[in-house]
Design a binder for this molecule. Structure first.
Ligand code: 5RP
Length: 247
């Protein structure tokens, strides 16, 4: 259910700070209210998670005691540069909370993640946490997943063959669309933090995310996919009308 909280006020002529600020930053700020002293926290990846780590760093400098486990090299270097105490997942052990962004939020808080290519570590860290809270601007909420291409992390050995088998698996799960190897700005294959490649599957619609997840998981060479099902406990959405928390 949706619980609107902290609705923005205004007559339309005034532009309070809350309107001017990036919705991603407002969602991140709201997520800070779930953080308490002594927590071990999964730190997500992407522009929204980046805001969260920035705001978290301010709290740390004000005396908050937390331990962060970054979900990417990118977040690791941000946390280090801002002086946020960090550890590896194995050093930290089970986590209290994981805060991360998402590319799409569908019914049942099913997510597509991996737009930034960090899905594997993100899923491992989210799974290690008692609770995952997603932060996003309200444009990420969709009636059905799939408009955003589904990222699938695969090994590099035999990637063309893996690509064909992923396309078959996707069809068997009732979806259809091109499978494309992700490339970086220079046209080279994009390589993840774990040294793998990413296939982006352009489906348009995913009527049955669980069936698709199962089908993709069966393909040899698939390491992980960006469907996060049953992982998010709460989704904090920030839009023009304030913050909405889905749970
Ligand atoms: C990275 C992710 C990100 O959480 C997702 O891409 C959202 O990014 P942003 O907050 O920049 O919109 O899954 O792998």
């Amino acid at each position: 259910h949706a619980a609107p909280v902290g609705r923005a006020r205004g007559t339309g002529t005034e532009t309070p700070m809350v309107h001017a600020e990036d919705p991603k930053r407002r969602a991140a700020a709201h997520a800070l209210t779930y953080v308490t002293d002594g927590m071990r926290l999964g730190l997500g990846t992407g522009s929204t998670a980046r805001h969260f780590v920035e705001l978290l760093a301010e709290k740390v400098h004000a005396g908050l005691n937390i331990l962060g486990v970054p979900t990417s090299e990118q977040t690791l270097s941000q946390a280090v540069s801002l002086g946020v105490p960090i550890a590896t997942l194995d050093e930290a052990g089970p986590l209290d909370l994981c805060i991360d962004g998402a590319d799409e939020v569908g019914p049942g808080l099913a997510l597509i993640k991996g737009g930034g290519g960090a899905l594997l570590r993100e899923k491992i860290v989210a799974s290690a946490a008692r609770e995952m809270v997603v932060i996003a601007d309200s444009s990420k909420k969709v009636a059905m997943l799939g408009r955003f291409p589904l990222p699938i992390e695969v090994v590099d050995f035999g990637v063309a063959s893996i690509e064909r088998h992923v396309a078959d698996a996707v069809r068997k799960a009732g979806c259809e669309g091109p499978v494309k190897l992700r490339r970086d700005g220079d046209g080279h294959p994009f390589v993840t933090d774990q040294g793998h490649l990413i296939l982006d599957v352009h489906l348009g619609r995913i009527p049955d995310p669980a069936a698709l997840a199962r089908a993709v998981e069966e393909v040899a060479g698939v390491v992980e996919h960006g469907l996060f099902l049953g992982l998010a406990r709460r989704v904090v959405l920030a839009g023009a009308d304030g913050i909405t928390v889905l749970e």
